[in-house]
Ligand binder design. Structure first.
Ligand code: ZN
Length: 150
């Protein structure tokens, strides 16, 4: 969980590195400054995930928002990969809109499915290969990348 605060007096976002206790300041008030501060925190906390996200965004610029939201979910620990798929279900991802609910990720012969609103209503962006990507699927793919290294 990345905890950004806004200091009204100095008009800057602040983030405290939980490891070193160092406080970083990001002067400005807009959402661009806020996302710059947030991405800086991601890089400090998990450089590998940061680099993976930036690489994906470079390849698929239309996925930028979805990928950062996936990074946020991943860093929140929202993704649970099932060790053994049950039916086609390969993972569960916590839902932010419903604290008691989790989204189900299914792998249908290589095509990934999510049961969230953005995916089901086809509002989530498409990859060139036809795979639709919501923030839950982005989080799942990031978690999978990490797991395959071990
Ligand atoms: Zn989803």
């Amino acid at each position: 969980m990345i905890d950004l605060t806004f200091d009204r007096k100095s008009k800057a976002y602040q983030w405290t590195d939980p490891h070193s206790g160092e406080i970083f300041h990001f002067p400005g008030t807009g959402t661009a400054v806020k996302s710059e501060a947030w991405q800086f925190a991601v890089r400090m906390l998990d450089e590998e995930i940061y680099e993976t996200a930036v690489g994906l965004i470079t390849s698929f610029p239309s996925l930028e928002r979805t990928i950062w939201r996936g990074v946020e979910r991943y860093l929140n620990g929202d993704v649970e990969i099932l060790p053994l798929p049950e039916n086609d279900t390969v993972a569960k991802v916590a839902s932010q809109s419903d604290v008691y609910g989790r989204h189900t990720i299914q792998n249908d012969n290589g095509y990934l499915l999510c049961d969230c609103y953005a995916f089901v209503n086809m509002e989530a962006p498409l990859l060139p290969n036809g795979q639709r990507i919501c923030s839950h699927l982005a989080a799942y793919r990031l978690a999978l990348t990490r797991e395959e290294r071990f």
